[in-house]
Design a protein around this ligand. Sequence first.
Ligand code: 13P
Length: 240
Amino acid sequence: MYFIANWKMFGVLNSLNSLHKVMNFFKSFKKKKSVKIIYCPPNTLIRPMTKRLLKSTIEVGAQNCHENDSYGAFTGSVNSSMLKSVGAKYVIIGHSENRQFGETNRMINLKIKSALKSNLKVIFCIGETLQEKRKKITKKVLSKQIKLGLNKIKDNRNILIAYEPVWSIGTGLIPKPKDLFDTVYFIKKRMKSNKVLYGGSVNPKNINQLKFITNIDGYLIGGASQDPKKFIDIIKKSYN
Ligand code: 13P
């Protein structure tokens, strides 16, 4: 099971002081072998975070990368090889918070190709909006995001899919268990055997419900991942 923390635009150097709680917990966690914890902090914290986690099996990823894999005059941007060079092993691509501000499927496709070329593993986010859900076109939307996002990518072994319904992000809402099981099943069939994670308002309460959805391979956690107690609780409760 993957437990991926997406810190979004939160966190300064001092925020790393909370990591020892998660490291200590994880060191003695009985199910440790079947768990992978990945932190995706803002770019400013990737390097210091990898240093803090040196003695731990917890890994670090980034939250986005530029679509250009060479260097260039792109003020304010960072490409995949730059992320790799400071210790990132993963990168989140296609998050709805970026799609919403103009990131297209084509850009996402270029970003994924660039990340794979730099030997980063990709956490590829897909998900429908509330309007699309109401129109009952969720599967069509996901299918298109997958098709265009992974266009001409043959080897998808280093790609994890994160199904994040846009309407569940930061709202406290989660899909009905049957809907979620069906959607994950659909994605897995479409992808032929990728791991599929769920993201959207995962917290220490609703994990008791989510953990019974047997085809989910882990969670991409926003808000709750910034609080070590909540993050640890989510991991613990997934196993009891
Ligand atoms: P929340 O857990 O805060 O809803 O965020 C989910 C998310 O966007 C993770 O990428």
